[in-house]
Design a protein around this ligand. Sequence first.
Ligand SMILES: C[S@@+](CC[C@H](N)C(=O)[O-])C[C@H]1O[C@@H](n2cnc3c(N)ncnc32)[C@H](O)[C@@H]1O
Length: 410
Amino acid sequence: MVARLLLRWRVLRFLVRARGVVSWSEARPLLKLCLSRLWLRDRSGVGGTQEVGSHNGNSPPVLFQMATGYWLSQAVYVAAKLGLADLLKDGPRACHELAAVTGTDPRCLFRLMRALSAARIFLHTQGDHFALASVGKSLQSDAPGSQRAIIMTLGEVHYQAWGNLLHSVRTGCTGFASTFGTSLFAYLQGSPEAADTFNTGMSDVASILAYAVLLAYDFSRISFLVDVGGGQGTFLSTILQLHPEMKGTVFDLPSTIEQAKQRSHWHPCGSRIAAIGGDFFHSVPEGADAYVLCGVIHDWDDDPAVQILRNCRLAMNQDGRLLLVEVVVPDHDAYCFSKLLDLNMLVMTGGRERTRAEFAALLNAYGFNAGSCYRRDADPACSRRGRWLFLRLDSAVPTQALSQDFVHRG
Ligand SMILES: C[S@@+](CC[C@H](N)C(=O)[O-])C[C@H]1O[C@@H](n2cnc3c(N)ncnc32)[C@H](O)[C@@H]1O
């Protein structure tokens, strides 16, 4: 690294001195070398991953790729919104045909699909024909582990709110409120279409998480489980389908529960599953022997988070358990997705991702004994009565494999 910097500095110094002394034909190769070294350095990408399109050495520097990351994220969003992956489910199709179905301009759609083929989401097969590449399969609405709805939410409400990250960093207030004039959950209650996309996206993520949690934790000793902030109930119904002796209640805001009741994915659980609308800052349903909070505590800063925990503590049996499913911010400085997710919480809800020590402080303050942190592949036998269980899910969960291995078991 130092040697490279020295070399670059020497070349630049040479060029400055040589100006007017050497001829252009002598200086040209040196200038070329100097520029190529500046341009081609450090191509490892964020988190050590290889950046899209880097295989031919023609990609811009990593910093520039980071700054233009939203070009790609918006392109992926548009593909999700137009439902292109669903249209390519049965094989390659001509772009002008796709344009007619989606009501888009054929030449502009071609440019979108060409760019996304370079990103290996589609495959440019021949002429103006495109097919679905394996990464793009998760953009299909009904694919196991579908990411279509969550990508649509990210490309719409999140994208607009993130435009105010600077405001959040300056003031500590959410970018969301400064964009939409209200909080995320209040906005969703008044916008049924946005709420449907958001809740479906959360549900898709929850179905994958549920399988990861099932691998990590033995639910066989739990007879009654309440999923607090459980959205459309996908997480709970997945657990219940694999534990036919258990019953459960999904608890969420009344408007979310109304939407959830219209979906059919609970049917296999029959009367074992109930749904209650309410406000977890006020109270949560009583009497269960376990309460799960999956991706809920990270939505809130410490004071409101403590209030939710306090209400769970008040509602649960003496030997009750609290199951938290959250990511953990590691103490080391290396790249980790949880650190970006933390910024997302700052922008969207005013919440935060926490380190293990921060979780321990929060939980111990509210009557939960110091607990254990299990990875999803941890020994499932080590649950502890009366303690909080933390399922650390920031390790790479192979979502495709999980969804395909387990989705048919229920
Ligand atoms: C990030 S989502 C969690 C996803 C959810 N666990 C799932 O499995 O899909 C947060 C959830 O908290 C719910 N929520 C927000 N404020 C609430 C409140 N005051 N009372 C009850 N639920 C609330 C939201 O409606 C949303 O479903």
